[in-house]
Design a protein around this ligand. Structure first.
Ligand SMILES: Nc1ncnc2c1ncn2[C@@H]1O[C@H](COP(=O)(O)OP(=O)(O)OP(=O)(O)O)[C@@H](O)[C@H]1O
Length: 242
C-alpha cells in the first residue's frame, strides 16, 4: 500500500465561514509532503483533520486505509501542533517522559528514545530546566522531540521550524530526510518558500483551495519559474513575507 494519506473532496466550515473547499490530495509512503500557503489559507485546519483532531464538514480522509478520526490510528501518527502543548512547570525531561508514557514507552526503551529525540533537537543539556524558562525556539524543539518519541509511521508537523535558527533548522531537515529514507511519511506545513523546496511533493493552498500540487521541480517547470515563490504567484498565490 503506497498511499498513506488520502484526502477526498474535503470541505470544512466553521459556522458560515468556509475555511477549506473541496480539497483532494494524496500522500505516498515516505514522501515529505509540504503544504504551502499564506497565513489563514487553511493549512492548520487541514493537518488537524488529517491527524484526526478536527472532522471534515464534507468529504473524507483516510490514513493508512482507515477513515479518520480513528483512535487506533492516532498511535501511528506523531503530531506537532503550532502552539506548543507543553507543561511549563515540568522540566523538558519530565515533559518527554509524560509523552513517552502516553505512547506506552517504558523503562530502557523510554530512556533511549528520550535521549535520542533530545539530542536530535539539541536540548540534551537543557532537559533539567523547567519549560517555562525555555525560549520559544526551545519549546518548538521540545515539541518536535515529543512528536517523534514513539517513531510514528506518519509525522505531521505544523510550522515546525518557526523560531528556530538556520543552523538548527538545517539539522532538523536532515533528520526529516533520514526519517523519510527509513519509511516515515512526513506532512509539513510552511509559509517559507525555501523550506517548500526541500519537500518531495507540494500542495499550494490559498483561501481554502488547493491551487496546485506536484513536486517542486514539476511546479517550477510547468510555470517556467525559477523559484517556488514565482510558481506560487503564477498559480494565484499572494506574496507572503518571512
Ligand atoms: N476553531 C475555529 N473556529 C473558527 N474559525 C477558525 C477555527 N480554526 C481556524 N479558523 C479560521 O480558519 C481559517 C484558516 O485558519 P488556519 O489556522 O487553518 O490557517 P493557516 O493556513 O494554518 O494559517 P497560519 O499559518 O496563520 O496558522 C482562518 O480564517 C481562521 O480564522
Amino acid at each position: 500500500m503506497n498511499t498513506v494519506i488520502q484526502v477526498s473532496d474535503v470541505s470544512k466550515n466553521f459556522g458560515s465561514h468556509i475555511v477549506l473547499e473541496k480539497i483532494s490530495l494524496q500522500v505516498n509512503r515516505a514522501a515529505i509532503y509540504g503544504l504551502l500557503g499564506p497565513s489563514g489559507a487553511g493549512k492548520t485546519t487541514l493537518v488537524k483533520m488529517i491527524a484526526g483532531i478536527e472532522t471534515p464538514t464534507k468529504g473524507s480522509i483516510k490514513v493508512l486505509d482507515t477513515l479518520m478520526p480513528n483512535l487506533h490510528n492516532m498511535t501511528k501518527i506523531g503530531f506537532m501542533a503550532q502552539s506548543d502543548a507543553l507543561y511549563g512547570e515540568l522540566s523538558g525531561k519530565e515533559n518527554l517522559e509524560f509523552f513517552a508514557s502516553i505512547y506506552g514507552l517504558k523503562g530502557e526503551k523510554q530512556k533511549e528514545r528520550i535521549e535520542h529525540a533530545a539530542s536530535l533537537v539539541n536540548l540534551t543539556e537543557f532537559l533539567k530546566k523547567q519549560v517555562h524558562q525555555y525560549s520559544g525556539g526551545m519549546k518548538r524543539r521540545l515539541s518536535l522531540a515529543a512528536a517523534i518519541l514513539h517513531e510514528p509511521q506518519i509525522l505531521i508537523l505544523d510550522e515546525p521550524t518557526v523560531g528556530i535558527d538556520p543552523v538548527l533548522r538545517q539539522s532538523i531537515w536532515n533528520e526529516l530526510y533520514k526519517l523519510s529514507e527509513n519509511g516515515t511519511t512526513i506532512l509539513v506545513t510552511t509559509h517559507v518558500m525555501d523550506e517548500a523546496e526541500k519537500c518531495s511533493q507540494l500542495g499550494m493552498l490559498r483561501d481554502g483551495r488547493l491551487i496546485a500540487s506536484g513536486s517542486p521541480r514539476q511546479l517550477k517547470e510547468s510555470t517556467s519559474s525559477e523559484t517556488i515563490e514565482e510558481a506560487f504567484l503564477y498559480y494565484g498565490g499572494v506574496r507572503h513575507e518571512n
